[in-house]
Design a protein around this ligand. Sequence first.
Ligand SMILES: C[S@@+](CC[C@H](N)C(=O)[O-])C[C@H]1O[C@@H](n2cnc3c(N)ncnc32)[C@H](O)[C@@H]1O
Length: 503
Amino acid sequence: MPDNLYALGWQILTDPDLSALVRRAYTQGVVLDTWMHGDWQAEIVPAAQNQLAQEAEVLAAQIRREPIAGPVYPFSFPYLTHLFQAVLTSMALFRVHTQSQVKCVSPQAVTQARDTLDHFAAQEPWGLRAVLRVFHVIWSFEDLNALCYFRRLPRAEFLSGISHRPWVQELLADQLSLYLRMGLVKEWLAGQGEMLRLTPRGQEVLRELTRILEDSGELAWRANQQRWDIFRILDYDTVFHAVLPDYDEVTQTFLDFRPRQSGMQVLEVGAGTGRVCVDMGLYQQVLPGGQVLALEPSPAMIARLQDKCTQHHITNVQVIRGHAEQLPLPDRQFDQTLAVAVLHFTDVEQAVQDMVRVTKPGGWVGALLPPPEIDVREIPMVALWLRPLSELAEEWGLPFSDRNGLAPGRLEAAFRQSGLEAITLWPVPMTVTVEDPQAFFALGVKGAAIFQHVLARLPYRERGHLLHQLEQRGKELVTQTQPEEQRHIYYGEAIWGQVPQDP
Ligand SMILES: C[S@@+](CC[C@H](N)C(=O)[O-])C[C@H]1O[C@@H](n2cnc3c(N)ncnc32)[C@H](O)[C@@H]1O
């Protein structure tokens, strides 16, 4: 009976643990967001493909043997096999895309995905069925969200998954029959053949699914992952300088406020490709005898930074992987700890606290940041160019841009709360230009920061289309606007504070 099924689905959906379960899944590498594979698809070698099929059968058999706790939808063996194959493929691809420089999925990557899945299931009271729960939240969101976004879809197109999840077609017929039985989707015959659309009940379920993904942090996490994926393939140094032409100068002013001396130990947090510690010569300022420790979470950035050190025979820059919020370092080690264009990507209070912890008493902690609450629509060409993104953000009740700076006062408050003294904060003018629209697009739209929260909610194919259209539109607009409409001076923030001396 559809109503019983709907009631059951609603009961599962409103389980207060569901958001926490989704969070546990993605933080442990159980990634089911098929589109998360990024702009390119790693090849799956034939041996890995066979292994995926075998592992999926084993898991499907295993889940059928597990004692059933709570309400379940009766899944067939082929359905479960396809489901686990898609889950493992998704996890292996995600891992390959984000955690290594390897460009193909090997049997080893499949084994790692299986181990991750087993580890997750072993900790969950629902065992492997926890994976089914997460799967239904994520993929039902993708399906219903696509139907909502496109307003209506031909049945054949929905079943091909071409618009929204092309890697898991086998499951779509079963999913659709479930949605129809639950009254979430309506089908009707139109001139073009059978069409599908969401019912009011489907809209309600989609709102609930969106809320779960928001509460679990999943949508924000997606946005971040997508950003990282693009950072990996971006020619960061070139685009950074094209979009922020005076940023080296601005950085220099920040650095000069607290000069370094020979013999100093300096930590640069979020060192990226080494623009500050290598290109701007920070490492030379502590010679002889001094050291720079460059900490960075992104393996792609680290690889470029290390290449630069090798190329220039630099021996006093050591590179380590890590995050600002949890520095893998002992207390009181550095004379200076600084972060340039990084803290707005972090939990700033936590990050500043840890930067203070690793700095010697009497040492200095400094940060340079983009403007609080930057709105790139202040560049007239951008307002025109990115209107489709503004409209989507407005429709979904989201801010136009995300991660675009900290709220006013937050940086200074974080410095004060962490006990720093002699704090100096000053506004620094910095130019942002879209004269090279491709560079701005790569850094500002596809990459660094600011629109992934909107893009993360678009069905897979539409995201690609929209990005392509916007890229073309930028190339046209730059020829139709004046130079003064293509740039704007924003005010960022520079800050230094001193770690108190021991009493
Ligand atoms: C805009 S880039 C700045 C790189 C470099 N500091 C510069 O000025 O050229 C931001 C850097 O912060 C890094 N990052 C992002 N989240 C971070 C975190 N939680 N902790 C430390 N670094 C982070 C990114 O990987 C990226 O390399």
